[in-house]
Design a protein around this ligand. Sequence first.
Ligand code: OAD
Length: 233
Amino acid sequence: MIKDIRNIVMLTGAGISAESGLATFRGPDGLWEGHRVEDVCTPEALARHAELVHRFYDERRAKLAEVHPNAAHEALAALDRAWDGDLLIVTQNVDDLHERAGARRLLHMHGELRSALCADCGKAVAWADPLPPQSVCGGCARPSLRPDIVFFGEMPYEMDRIDAALRDADLFVSIGTSGAVYPAAGFVQTARHVGARTLELNLDPSAGSFYFEESRMGPASKLVPELVRELLG
Ligand code: OAD
């Protein structure tokens, strides 16, 4: 599976941060921290209940101060430091645990909790504090800052860069994601199409498990360091 690999794309989801103490999106009750995803993760929800949506992401942002990267984030960061070939870690997660572990070749396709986005001029700015609705953008001076989260119905970030990396990949690995949300759920098919090897690491088989050449089941904190050891020989 991992012989003659030079270019790697790693896709991560909420499962990689679960053992750090961050809730996954699709828990057994189908709720995300007590909310339906549609109530906190759509442009309509932001337009109708800005207070609720901003408060929800303020709570998630505050929670980041209580959690730490786990062995899976650390292993991917170690791979990033040591790997000579191309590597792109594409995360769907809005937490900052990959970068706190030291990963650099990283892209947040669904946005970041520690960023605020101007709905008017599109400027994004680092943001560590609570973000009340009507906060003023430093770029255009309009009261239009919102959480920098890609809501359902909005275009994920950097799709061209992701697509280019997938087309050059020899190995695509999907870690701790349910495979329920497109376009990320379709990356495995692009990777297969270009002849890359495909590997899934998850606690349980995901919705798209059958697309992968190989699936390894278990906690990310065990499986990811094992895979990185294999890759680094
Ligand atoms: P989900 O909550 O849908 O899926 C989490 C996955 O992690 C499941 O497949 C679990 O089996 C797996 N898992 C849980 N604990 C694990 C562990 N310790 N080790 C390995 N795997 C584990 O989260 P995502 O797939 O990331 O979008 O969700 C995708 C997107 O849906 C999110 O980015 C978010 C959400 O709506 C936006 O916010 C736009």
